[in-house]
Design a protein around this ligand. Structure first.
Ligand code: ADP
Length: 510
């Protein structure tokens, strides 16, 4: 049993062969044009992988995202690599994350080919794209226009200030994939963001333009460039500026959870790593973990952590809500459970998340009726039927671990347990920071003091506290406002919406 109380528990360390720690270098800039989409590798590591500068390699990041990158051999520590900003963000990699670097020939490529999905597609050199469409991201275009004095920036300008210098790199190649995002800066360091909305190899047919909107699996099948991991952009590629698009959504990742650093680290080792690199376990000769049970008081972030994992691993997700399943009639509850496990196995790698597990699987001797007993047995059978290398991991969450059928907590079922405890002062500070990251506050708001004054508050309470403080801020400012008006609220009034220490004191009832 792993107790994670405060941040004191001993952390297990895991040795990861073949994985390199990544660090992310600065945003791309005209003056360092040759550095985008590069991966910087130390001379000794390059020798080990038989790579030379300018080679194209495959890089696998988080959420099974893969991309090509151009090798740049330079001083770096042997166990780490440097990724350019745009490359890192498209691979969803942050500092200290692990990435997999794969040379595109030789033995490691064959190993690589054996892996699935995105990664297998990498295992050949990219082709040259016949055309690529860069669509500016709406709000970044808007702020660029504001900084130009409200003038619309013409396509020619976008081309000459951002795209041309980016694509005319002195050395190396640009390898892009549909859906990639790029932050490009002009010579004055003004930035504009783009999404690659269309990419074609060879003879491209016009119909694809229409299919682009749909962005479903089917349209991907008709366009080889989009099915593949990417294509090289060079002088022969047609560069098209598309109409502006909304910023791609970013979900609720690990950043949204505060004060649970140890627990998240452990969960990543228990869930994310085995789903992403099951070969680590098979090579070590042990089965991948099957189930993890998160327990602890309500409102401390169990669901939040599970959501973050589902978001960040990119695994297929099946959610089973305890009380909802139990409300079904006849044999439907068991059938639903079976379906969930089947779907997870078919679409693996998958995570099955069972919220309020205690309601599905109470101790059999305490179960009230025959139905409940049958459902517990069904769940035991289903967990046992998951094959060791099925690439499916079950996360259970409960406020009452002691009510759960003990047979479920044995090895091979929920074999790991992790307590998500009430946050301590540092944890509260982190949670407050997260909840207030978009809030305008006055300098007299002392987060350390608030964290100190909120002993016993859990994540959900702190969320409520910040909402109350913001509401009080709105209330106290609304007096200066003409509520009868049809006009939009003037900027001067909006600028006054600054949350002060008094608003927090009010929210705390002090
Ligand atoms: P649990 O599943 O443990 O009952 P939840 O994860 O559903 O609790 O938390 C409820 C809400 O409280 C979350 O949506 C979030 O806003 C907030 N919250 C709880 N714990 C944390 C935390 N550690 N960091 C950030 N927010 C939290």
């Amino acid at each position: 049993v792993d107790e994670v109380e405060g941040e004191t528990a001993e952390e297990p360390t895991l040795y990861l062969p073949g994985l390199l720690e990544a660090s992310v270098s600065g945003k791309w800039d005209v003056t360092e044009a040759s550095k985008d989409y590069t991966i910087t590798i130390s001379p000794s590591k390059a020798k080990e992988l038989s790579l030379k500068s300018g080679d194209v390699v495959g890089v696998v990041g988080r959420r099974r995202r893969a991309s090509y990158a151009v090798v740049d051999i330079a001083k770096a520590s042997k166990s780490s690599v440097k990724l350019s900003h745009n490359l890192a963000s498209n691979l969803r990699v942050r500092d200290t994350d692990k990435v997999k670097v794969v040379p595109l020939e030789g033995e490691s490529m064959q190993q690589f080919e054996a892996t699935s999905g995105d990664m297998a597609l990498l295992a050949k050199l990219p082709e040259v794209a016949s055309s690529v469409t860069f669509s500016p991201v709406k709000d970044s275009l808007h702020s660029l226009e504001l900084s130009e004095g409200g003038d619309e920036v013409s396509e020619e300008e976008i081309m000459s200030r951002f795209l041309k210098p980016y694509l005319n790199m002195e050395e190396g190649v640009v390898v892009l994939k549909k859906g990639h995002t790029l932050v490009l800066r002009d010579a004055d360091r003004k930035s504009l963001e783009f999404t690659v909305t269309h990419l074609a190899i060879g003879e491209d047919n016009e119909e694809d333009e229409g299919a682009e909107e749909a962005d479903n699996d089917e349209s991907m099948l008709h366009n080889p460039a989009e099915k593949s991991v990417g294509a090289i952009i060079n002088e022969s590629t047609d560069i098209i500026i598309g109409s502006s698009v909304d910023r791609p959504e970013v979900g609720l990742g690990y950043d949204s959870v505060g004060g649970c650093g140890k627990a998240i680290k452990l969960m990543r080792e228990l869930v994310e790593l085995p789903l992403r690199f099951p070969e680590l376990w098979t090579t070590a000769g042990v089965p991948t973990p099957k189930g993890v049970l998160l327990h602890g008081p309500p409102g401390c972030g169990k669901t939040l952590i599970a959501n973050a994992l589902m978001e960040e691993t990119g695994a297929h997700v099946v959610i089973i809500n305890g009380p909802e399943i139990m409300a079904r009639k006849g044999g439907e509850s068991e059938a639903n459970l079976r379906q969930a496990f089947e779907e997870a196995q078919k679409k693996s790698p998958s995570i099955i998340f069972m919220d309020e597990l205690d309601s599905i699987a109470p101790k059999r001797d305490q179960a009230q009726g025959e139905t409940e007993k049958r459902i517990v047995s069904q769940l035991l059978t289903l967990m046992d039927s998951l094959k060791p290398n099925s690439n499916v991991i079950v996360i259970g969450a409960t406020n009452r671990p002691n009510v759960i059928e003990s047979a479920l907590r044995r090895p091979g079922r929920f074999d790991r347990e992790l307590e998500i405890a009430i946050p301590d002062e540092d944890g509260r500070f982190e949670i407050l920071q997260i909840k207030m990251k978009d809030m305008k506050t006055s300098p007299d708001v002392d987060l350390f003091q608030i964290a100190r004054d909120t002993h016993g508050f859990i994540g959900a309470d702190l969320q409520q506290l910040t909402l109350e403080a913001a509401l009080e801020c709105i209330r106290s400012n609304i007096q200066n406002m003409d509520v009868e008006t049809e006009e939009p609220i003037p900027d001067e009034v909006l600028d006054q919406l600054i949350v002060t220490n008094d608003h927090f004191m009010y929210a705390l009832g002090v």
